[in-house]
Ligand binder design. Structure first.
Ligand code: AMP
Ligand code: MG
Length: 472
């Protein structure tokens, strides 16, 4: 059987200004190390022989029906505008219509140089590829919008980072790769026609009910507001919320130096390049608003009356903090086992979080254990938990199924950094057992078998991963 991907490409049919045709660069000895059969089924892909798939997902053989391109975009990186980025190490093979009717991109990441590679080698090494695979699939299992991972291939070639590392290619699936930065590049260049075309394309593809540029802005704002609150609810820190990593479809995209927090602190930063804490856990809401403000700035360039555009856009953007806050409140109510709303709930949540921050309580395990002795054990000074618990007990006494709500809203297991690092180290040595185990356990994060309990243990002192790195 040969691999068959039912391509139905729309982006490559846009005018040439939007991309550069680009075939992936072949590699010497591709080896398929991961294939996501469930996702393939959703995409209506017929898997082929392993050898066949290794060649296709390494970019050695372009599957029939693909129209490979590198997409063009710009972006604010750490607040500074970079007028031209683009796919420097990725190639969009094309799109499929899934069995759920949803159109999705199939992209190879790490597939060689493109006209947008700048100084880069166009490649990725195995570590970030497996990290993105595991974390994006875990995110999906947590019910949070995200790009997904279809396959991972080792290339048989070294890439040079701190030293020689095994090269790899990830096959990434996304509702689209449209970013805030895709709009920014045409706005910055004054290419109003292209900006209009892109706006129409994004509306038709993602938000068919949206009315014009301000309708699109509103829809993206809403999707991002919800997404950011969901990140906060599982202790996720994206790490590089640049505008080129902010998806128009509202998916989590670009798993670089991301991390799930162990001990809770709003100022937590893992990324080795985020010296100022711009993308710290607790700053993610304001950064998301900042990103949406950049989208607003780009979108209004196409409006006939810029003054009204500015007014409307400002109103849309200014409403975002409250939107995030209300999603946050709803999600954290759930995390406390509450399915009804009372006035004191926000205080109850923030009081607990304050104690957790003061006492270095583990984010995931504290919420998961609420109401059991294990919860107080998470605090360096358990008295802090004891002072909070009575108010919470009184509150859940007015709930019908608080324990059910707790178990449904608080994951038992998350992809912890030290487990990811251990998994990568093993894979580099040719042992994929930890990778397969993580994928398996994280596919059902709300239950955890006894045998897998060690996977929700916070890192021991010698396991702590102090910093995470970009895939570059
Ligand atoms: P990222 O940090 O992955 O969001 O990438 C930011 C920009 O740098 C994008 O335009 C990437 O395509 C580009 N880039 C990252 N790594 C490489 C690489 N190894 N070779 C070429 N371009 C890269
Ligand atoms: Mg990126």
């Amino acid at each position: 059987m040969t691999l068959h991907i039912p391509f139905d490409n729309s982006y490559a049919a846009l005018p040439a200004a939007f991309f550069a045709p680009q075939t992936p660069t072949p590699v010497s000895a591709p080896r398929l190390v991961a294939f996501n059969a469930d996702l393939a089924k959703l995409l209506r892909i017929e898997p082929g022989e392993t050898e066949d798939m290794a060649h296709a997902f390494a970019g050695n053989a372009v599957p029939e029906g693909a129209s490979p391109i590198a997409q063009l975009y710009a972006g604010h990186q750490f607040g500074t505008f970079n007028p031209q980025l683009g796919d420097g190490r990725a190639v969009l093979l094309g799109e499929t219509l899934g069995s759920d009717g949803i159109r999705r991109d199939i992209q190879l990441k790490g597939s060689g140089r493109t006209p947008f590679s700048r100084q880069g080698d166009g490649r990725a090494w195995l570590g970030p590829v497996l990290r993105e695979y595991v974390v994006s699939e875990a995110m999906h299992a947590l019910g949070i919008p995200t790009t997904r991972a279809l396959a991972a291939v080792e290339t048989g070639e070294d890439v040079f980072r701190e030293g020689p590392m095994p090269g790899a290619v990830l096959t990434r699936v996304a509702r689209s790769h449209l970013r805030v930065g895709t709009f920014q590049i045409f706005a910055a260049r004054g290419q109003t026609e292209e900006l209009k075309q892109l706006t129409e394309y994004a509306i038709a593809r993602h938000y068919p009910d949206a009315d014009g540029p301000m309708g699109l802005l509103t829809a993206v704002r809403d999707a991002q507001a919800r997404l950011i609150a969901q990140w906060l609810s599982v202790g996720f820190i994206h790490g590089v919320m640049n505008t080129d990593n902010c998806s128009i479809a509202g998916e989590t995209i670009d798993y670089g130096p991301c991390a799930f927090m162990d001990a809770y602190h709003p100022g937590r930063v893992y990324s080795s390049i985020d010296h100022m804490g711009r993308y710290a856990y607790g700053r993610q809401p304001e950064i998301a608003v900042w990103n949406i403000a950049q989208l607003a700035t780009a979108l209004i360039q196409q409006m006939d009356s810029p003054e009204t555009g500015v007014e409307q856009a400002a109103e849309i953007v200014h409403a975002m903090p409250d939107l995030i806050q209300s999603h946050w409140l709803a999600l954290f109510r759930g995390k406390l086992g509450l399915s009804t709303a009372e006035d004191g709930d926000a205080t109850l949540i923030t009081d607990l979080l304050q104690h957790m921050a003061d006492q270095q309580a583990d984010f995931t395990n504290t919420f998961r254990a609420l109401g059991t002795p294990k919860a107080r054990d998470q605090f360096t000074d358990p008295m802090a938990y004891d002072t909070w618990e009575p108010a919470w007990q009184a509150r859940i006494a007015r709930e019908s199924d608080p324990l059910g709500t707790l178990a449904r809203t608080n994951p038992a297991v998350i992809p912890r950094n030290h487990r990811i690092e251990q998994m990568i180290a093993a894979a580099v040595d040719g042992d994929y057992a930890p990778f397969n185990r993580l994928n398996h356990v994280l596919s059902e994060p709300y239950t955890l078998a006894k045998a897998d309990m060690e996977l929700n243990r916070p890192p021991l002192p010698d396991e702590v991963v102090p910093a995470t790195f970009c895939g570059t």
